[in-house]
Write a new protein. Structure first.
Length: 432
């Protein structure tokens, strides 16, 4: 694979993906470890910290809040300030493209005795923040936003009261925001989920000494907990591994092992979907580290049946749906899913972006308000892909380029750095 200048990336058809590789540290877990390390007491040492631009945004915001942070290679060391030790920032806190940074850090800022303003790039400035403004306001924070609950957010923090909050939309970010705010409230804060979402925050809180309760769909945290700094290891990012899993399944001669991948059950719905379709994916060498499950994922070329994804599975697949739609074109029966309206308010309108770019490649696709239907057994042709600045769209259509006829050109390839710097180099090493 080569470059068409600096503004595009050329993707050629591949016979298969072979060998062993590692993906970067998990983005979701890295965000959480860094935020908790900043409000813990003592030193937190985070190994295999994510290389993504989003996680650098979190570190930059924490530094502006007075956290002492050092980075050497893939190790981040944070001198914890404790719950009461953060300082009022002299500048705006720039979350960049990271919705996770803005939504979760808002929970910590709500409990601080100072004012802070959080901003983001053009894409983040279009993403809904009312979903965190509402519960934090109920807890006592004063928050101003742009019209419609959009960034920037001006947060006047202070004394918080605990609440019991039912999530109107499944969201691990909103759940985490409320739980983090709950650390600063006197008493027990509860979050009720209709559908379970990723539980990295609960696991990290427990690792660092917080009292976390779980009963059916309710998660509770005891306020004013003293968090203790830890030595922590971040597993490989499953959402990043998903692109290599998909590529390994659809290219004809693949035999690939992805090492040390995070396999938290709240993140691996993709494997549950692929197995009954005929996907040859095996998980080996399982272990638990810092409460998180990890292991190696072995992928081989497969003949996939396709089918319909049940709406109950969608919250656990939200990051993987773009590449699953690409995968659907290569299945026997195609792929259909509903219940994914959340994809319209990500870094791009991902449903529209997937449909647009599949059509550029000559594919048949039907777009619904909350999903897509992709016909199976389709021959894709190389095309120029517009990812709309969205890392997951760029990577999903790189996978499409591996099975297309002719050359595929990805515009703005640098957008993949949001989650996976080095993605194209890694792919070039394992693709034949």
């Amino acid at each position: 694979m080569g470059l068409f200048g600096s503004k595009s990336k050329k993707v050629a058809p591949a016979k298969g993906l072979k060998g062993a590789m590692q993906v970067p540290g998990d983005k979701s877990i890295s965000h959480r470890y860094a935020m908790l390390g900043a409000i813990a007491e003592g030193t937190t040492e985070i190994h295999v910290f994510a290389t993504s631009a989003d996680c650098q945004s979190t570190l930059a915001c924490l530094k502006r809040l007075g956290a002492k942070i050092e980075r050497s290679d893939n190790v981040v060391t944070i001198q914890g300030a404790g719950l009461a030790g953060l300082k009022a920032p002299s500048e705006k806190l720039d979350a960049g493209n990271s919705g996770t940074t803005m939504r979760m850090l808002a929970g910590i800022l709500a409990g601080q005795p100072f004012r802070a303003v959080m901003v983001g790039d053009a894409s983040l400035s279009r993403r809904p923040m009312k979903r965190v403004i509402d519960p934090l306001t109920q807890m006592g924070a004063r928050i101003r936003s742009a019209e419609g609950g959009l960034p920037p957010l001006e947060i006047e923090g202070g004394a918080l009261k605990p609440i019991r909050y039912e999530l109107p939309v499944p969201s691990a970010q909103v759940k985490s925001c409320v739980l983090l705010a709950g650390l600063f409230a006197e008493g027990v804060t509860e979050v009720v989920e209709k559908v379970s979402t990723r539980d990295h925050t609960e696991l990290a809180l427990e690792q660092m000494g917080a009292e976390v309760g779980r009963h059916q769909r309710t998660i509770a945290v005891q306020g004013r907990a003293k968090l203790k700094g830890q030595k922590l290891y971040v597993p490989g990012d499953f959402s990043s591994a998903a692109f290599f899993i998909a590529a390994g399944l659809v290219t004809p001669e693949s035999n690939l092992v992805l090492q040390n991948v995070g396999l938290n059950p709240t993140r691996t719905a993709l494997l549950d979907v692929l197995a009954p379709m005929g996907g040859r994916v095996r998980v080996i060498n399982l272990e638990v580290l810092n409460g998180e499950l990890l292991g190696d994922v072995h992928v081989e070329s497969s003949r996939l049946q396709g089918g319909e994804i049940h709406p109950d599975l969608i919250p656990g697949l939200i990051d993987e749906l773009p590449v699953l739609a690409v995968l659907g074109t290569q299945t026997e029966r195609g792929l259909t899913f509903h219940g994914a309206a959340e994809l319209r308010v990500k870094e791009s309108d991902r449903l529209a972006a997937v449909a647009e770019n599949l059509r550029r490649m000559g594919a048949e696709v039907e777009e619904f308000p909350d999903g897509l239907r992709v016909s199976g057994q389709q021959k894709l042709r190389g095309a120029e892909i517009d990812p709309h600045g969205d890392h997951r769209i760029a990577m999903a259509f790189t996978v499409a380029g591996l099975v297309a006829q002719g050359t595929t050109t990805i515009r703005d390839p640098a957008c993949v750095d949001i989650s996976y710097p080095g993605f194209f180099d890694t792919l070039a090493r394992v693709a034949e």
